[in-house]
Design a protein around this ligand. Structure first.
Ligand code: ASP
Length: 330
């Protein structure tokens, strides 16, 4: 049987880090990444795109990664991207929107311990990522700790534990168990769409987490600084204070200035429902858009992406509520 052809794109992260006087820095030899047990089952090509800690991966790098996948994918059955874990969920979400109709499995992975460490989780994560990349299931995924998550549903939830990611409000797409790579069936790949590269995103988006007593003047500062979109992590199912410090009034002012305000929850699981409490309804009436059960990472990257698609304010607002690639449950 022919080996599956997999393109491995490297971007840096702990998986490729080596100790230095400044702390761990990306810089390990890429060849080590294709020496995991079972790697000989694949025909692997390595493309070294960048060598960054993922804290330094920003919209410009997302655009480069998306373009590399789009341009090079033709000769391959799947793509694996090694990436730092810290912002991997943002990159996975951004790539989901930037590559509509993706016609290959694109799987991001990394590790909590550098591959050079004999106790590293890198090999298990690479095994899982390559198996998913060879699965023929199109989409953007994160493979970590023997599980595969839809990229736009994954969140990094632990700083050191090997079980660093969880899939929020959507079951894992697959896991490694005694059947090998067991596909859960929860995810249905999109069909009948031609893959496109839409890698423009706006950097004029900010995220604000509410705290009791938050200073209302901070909100106009976002618009003053050029923000076109603001994601607010509100309380519980979307509560926003209006007594004494009237944040609802600040949202009304932002909306009047053309800023799109999206409301996520500070709770990791389940959805916002801004119709339940007065503290939600008032903000809804001001034109804030509820994020439903989107992760903060998905809401932020979806808003950044929509703002660069040449859409009207109303179209952006409507699409935020729609399910484009599995990021929101309707
Ligand atoms: N700081 C690293 C990064 O995100 C952490 C990791 O890869 O686990 O690049």
């Amino acid at each position: 049987m022919d080996k599956k052809r997999i393109l491995l794109i490297t971007t840096g992260g702990t998986i490729m880090s080596v100790p230095s006087e400044q702390g761990l820095q990306p810089g390990a030899d890429e060849a080590a990444l294709v020496r995991f047990p079972g790697s000989e089952a694949y025909d692997v090509s390595v493309y070294s795109l960048m060598t960054l800690d993922s804290s330094n991966i920003q919209p410009e790098e997302w655009a480069l990664i998306a373009a590399a996948i789009y341009e090079k994918r033709g000769g391959y059955d799947g793509v694996v991207i090694t990436h730092g874990t810290d912002t991997m969920a943002y990159t996975a979400s951004a790539l989901t929107f930037m590559l509509p109709g993706i016609d290959r499995p694109v799987v991001l992975t990394g590790s909590q311990l550098p591959i050079s460490n004999i106790l590293s989780d890198a090999y298990a994560n690479l095994q899982c990522a390559f198996a998913m990349a060879a699965s023929g299931i199109n989409g953007v995924f994160i493979a970590f700790d023997r599980q595969v998550f839809l990229g736009c549903r994954a969140v990094k939830v632990r700083t050191t534990d090997f079980h660093a990611f969880e899939s929020v409000n959507f079951p894992p797409v697959a896991e490694i168990n005694s059947h090998g790579l067991a596909i859960s069936g929860a995810y249905k790949p999109e069909a009948g769409r031609k893959c496109a590269l839409r890698n423009g995103v706006s950097s004029h988006v900010a995220l604000m987490k509410l705290i009791p007593g938050v200073e209302p003047r901070l909100f106009s500062a976002f618009a003053d600084a050029g923000c076109q979109g603001l994601v607010i992590e509100a309380f519980g199912s979307g509560g926003i204070n209006f007594l004494r410090r009237d944040i609802v009034a600040e949202i009304r002012k932002l909306v009047a200035r053309g800023v799109i305000v999206v409301i996520c929850s500070q709770c990791l699981y389940e959805a916002t429902d801004m119709t339940v409490y007065e503290v939600g309804r008032r903000a809804l009436e001001c034109g804030a858009v509820p994020a439903g059960d989107m992760t903060t990472e998905a809401a932020v990257t979806k808003l950044m992406w929509l703002l660069e698609q040449g859409l009207s304010h109303d179209e952006v607002t409507a699409l935020l509520r729609e399910n484009l690639h599995g990021e929101i449950s309707i």
